[in-house]
Structures are given as structure tokens and as C-alpha cells.
Design a binder for this molecule. Structure first.
Ligand code: R5P
Length: 295
């Protein structure tokens, strides 16, 4: 379904606990108020671990930008609660901003018996959402799983903004899926770009097709949508190092950094991520990109 511009009138931002910082930045960019929330009935939510949310300001009759990353799972539950609270308290319209669309990478059935997880989430998230905006999805086709207007905002300009000062000679996509990301960042930096071919064996094992690249003594940025285990980036970095690359920066929009990824990523000189997920590698915000898509 075609995406219609979201911001026609005054709005308020409501940000879940996975996206509080980005929600504040977004509100500042758009010059709109953010509604205070409580996330704890008792420290940690409820004693049994269930989530708790409470709106501390009015949303009656408002167009709300509801900002929440869908990772990890508890944040999805929290998002469902926030959607219910907005409906219950009379929000006129809800534009759901999903900075990192967790489960987006299971965009099809890879093996018999599996669900299409991205679709399962989309179908449920669109309840109490009039439109959806998400950032750098693994496969833009997942947007078609929403029946409400849904669009992708690229986080690559934010990465390019950071890399601007890093004197990058080459931007490298570690696999075919990241080709569009390397092209975009390379174009923004006015730098060459290239890509590798990857075959994933399992969550912790990938095979890269050997490729000779002109990287001796040069500075290379490897760009991707997500870094999860870091295996993809570490394998690409190893190949670059063997070919004499002088400096390697790993740049992703979504820094999941699962299963000791940051240790694996010591193969790189620097690791950079945006604020769709907060981590020690967060260096730049996608708020300007999201705000201009909403204006
Ligand atoms: C896959 O194509 C994605 O774009 C990323 O390359 C992948 O999810 C990274 O995962 P990991 O860090 O576990 O290798």
C-alpha cells in the first residue's frame, strides 16, 4: 500500500523504553512534545517480570508518533501495551515508528515448518497503527506484510554523516544484500564501493567467496544493515586485512551485537552504529532522517 505523509497537524511523541533517546531526539527535531511514561509499577515492571506502562500525559485527540524498536521480545510486549494505552486514551491517529524491526530477517520460510516471522509481527503490530515507518530493513519486501501504509527510511545517510570525517577510500558490502547500502554510503561519501559474496552456513558460520580487492594501504568501511553475531563483518575484515587494508571501520545501522560480537569485531579498528539500538558503538542518530520522512 502506498505511504501517505504522516504529519499534517500537531503531534506528540510517545517512546517506549527501547527507544527513549531516539524518541526524545525525534521530538526535538520535529519540535513537538514528548509524553512522559512510567514503565514500573514496582522496580522492573511487575514482580513476575511482566511489563508495565502508563501514560503520564494526555493523548486524547492527538496524532501520536509511537516509537519503539521490536527487540528484544519484552519490548514487543511493551509496544503492544503502549498501543492499547493509546487506543484506550483516545489517540486520534498513531504512526508507528519502528527504529529496528526485530524479526525482520526471517522474511520468508527458509525451511519447512517455519513461520514468516516478519509477517507474523507486521500483522499484529498494525493493530492500532494507521501507518508504519521503519529504518533500514533487511528486505524492503517485508513492508508489504503490513496492510496499513508502511515505508522504509534509510539509516545510511546517518552512517555517511559519521564516516564523512573518517577518510574512507572504499565502502564494502559484506554480502549481496548489503549492496544497496554500500552504493548509498559510497555515493554520499564520493568513495568507491564494492561487494562480497556470502553464503551463510548457520548463525555462527559464513563463507565469503575470495575476491581480490585494491585495498593495500587503504581505509575501508564495511557497511551493513545489522550486525548480530559479527561473524559476517569479522570474516570480511579478515579478508581485507590479508590483502593489506590499513584501516577497517565496521558501520551498521542496527547494532544488535549478540553472542560476543564486540569481541569478534576487534578484527576492525572501529565499530559504529546508530541509535536504533543503543550500545557502546552508537555514534550517530537517525532522528534527522526519520524526522524528514515524517514532515
Ligand atoms: C544479512 O544479510 C544481514 O544483512 C547481516 O549481514 C547479518 O544479519 C549479520 O549477521 P551476523 O552479524 O550474525 O553475521
Amino acid at each position: 500500500m502506498k505511504y501517505a505523509p504522516a504529519l499534517a497537524s500537531a503531534v506528540k511523541v510517545v517512546a517506549g523504553s527501547a527507544s527513549l533517546d531516539l524518541g526524545k531526539q525525534l521530538a526535538a527535531e520535529l519540535k513537538v512534545p514528548i509524553v512522559d511514561l512510567a514503565f514500573e509499577k514496582h522496580p522492573g515492571g511487575f514482580p513476575d517480570g511482566e511489563r508495565y506502562v502508563r501514560l503520564l500525559g494526555s493523548v486524547e485527540g492527538e496524532h501520536v508518533l509511537l516509537v519503539q524498536t521490536t527487540w528484544p521480545d519484552t519490548k514487543i510486549v511493551e509496544l503492544f501495551l503502549l498501543q492499547d494505552a493509546l487506543a484506550e486514551h483516545g489517540a486520534r491517529k498513531v504512526t508507528l515508528v519502528i527504529p529496528y524491526f526485530g524479526y525482520g530477517r526471517q522474511d520468508k520460510k527458509f525451511e519447512a515448518g517455519e513461520p514468516i516471522s516478519a509477517r507474523a509481527l507486521a500483522r499484529r503490530l498494525q493493530i492500532h497503527a494507521d501507518a508504519v515507518v521503519t529504518v533500514s530493513v533487511h528486505n524492503p519486501e517485508v513492508l508489504s506484510y503490513f496492510d496499513v501504509p508502511a515505508r522504509e527510511v534509510s539509516g545510511m545517510p546517518a552512517l555517511a554523516r559519521f564516516l564523512q570525517g573518517a577518510a574512507v577510500d572504499l565502502v564494502l558490502a559484506p554480502d549481496e544484500n548489503a549492496e544497496r547500502f554500500a552504493r548509498e554510503v559510497g555515493g554520499a561519501l564520493g568513495a568507491e564501493w564494492d561487494l562480497l559474496e556470502k553464503r551463510r552456513i548457520d548463525s555462527f558460520t559464513v563463507e565469503l567467496t575470495p575476491k581480490a580487492m585494491d585495498v593495500k594501504g587503504r581505509s575501508v568501511a564495511i557497511v551493513d544493515d545489522v550486525i548480530s553475531t559479527g561473524v559476517t563483518i569479522a570474516s570480511a575484515a579478515k579478508m581485507l586485512r590479508e590483502q593489506g587494508a590499513r584501516r577497517i571501520v565496521a558501520a551498521c545501522v542496527h547494532g544488535v551485537f549478540a553472542a560476543n560480537a564486540l569481541t569478534r569485531l576487534q578484527a576492525c579498528d572501529e565499530v559504529v552504529a546508530t541509535d536504533t539500538l543503543l550500545s557502546s558503538a552508537t555514534r550517530v542518530s537517525v532522528a534527522p532522517e526519520v524526522a524528514s520522512a515524517l514532515r
